[in-house]
Design a protein around this ligand. Structure first.
Ligand code: DC
Length: 225
């Protein structure tokens, strides 16, 4: 049986994670935040003081990464061993280091099987950078979200402020643009839309508006969902 998969790729802050989680909940499908896998690996490497350029070591760690995704009705939480690292993997330090580590072809290859194994009945919604191009090239429906860098930085700034973390908008913008550049220009699985992806600019759109756009697009495919 072919498991239906919906992919949402795009840069950070484009809304793919929020919409991906909403959609998975709406459809009662599984959800994979693929960026979290790369982030958990980075966190584990930082904790163990592994050199972030030691590709062989990191790739071996990727094969046996003790990560678990736990979904209750309202939250999507991520565990490394028995520790809840949902918040810890979002720090600026982890974000910066992850985009360096994610450029490694060997690490990416070693995370492929784990990602594909999460395509389970009744279906999977997944977001990332290469879900529609590399990991699930035969996905049922593919979205690619974009948004202006200033709006994405603004969203991140608000998110940090709301969670009580001191934030500097200019620093966030500079860091975000540097990360975009690394993700877009790396040799393996760069951040580019799949040829058959539906591209949506979410700048100026509310979460509800994006969600309704996505639902309207996948509804005609309801017979195979
Ligand atoms: O989506 P995110 O911000 O959590 O992603 C964190 C980093 O991981 C980012 O630098 C891009 C990288 N990543 C990737 O290379 N491939 C994916 N499928 C998902 C994320």
């Amino acid at each position: 049986m072919t498991i239906p998969v919906i992919t949402i790729d795009g840069p950070s802050g484009s809304g793919k994670g929020t919409i991906g989680q909403m959609l998975a909940r709406h459809l009662t499908w599984h959800y994979l935040d693929s960026g979290a896998l790369y982030r958990v690996l980075t966190l584990q490497a930082l904790k163990a003081h592994v050199d972030l350029h030691d590709e062989q070591h990191l790739a071996a760690m990727a094969l046996h990464l003790p990560v678990r995704f736990v979904d209750d009705t309202t939250h999507h939480r991520i565990f490394l061993h028995h520790n809840d690292v949902t918040e810890a993997i979002r720090s600026e330090e982890v974000s910066r280091a992850t985009s360096i580590l994610a450029a490694s072809p060997l690490i990416r290859t070693n995370l492929l099987a784990r990602q594909r194994a999460l395509a389970l009945a009744p279906g999977l919604v997944t977001d990332g950078r290469d879900m529609g191009t590399v990991v699930f090239p035969h996905a049922t429906y593919k979205f690619f979200f974009i948004a202006s860098a200033s709006e994405r930085a603004e969203r991140r700034y608000k998110q940090l402020q709301d969670s009580g973390v001191a934030a500097n908008y200019d620093a966030i913008l500079i860091e975000l643009e540097a990360r975009d550049l690394r993700d877009q220009t790396r040799a393996v699985a760069p951040l580019i839309p799949a040829f058959d992806a539906d591209i949506l600019d979410t700048s100026g759109m509310s979460i509800d508006a994006v969600f309704h756009y996505v639902l309207a697009k996948i509804n005609p495919k309801a017979t195979i969902l």
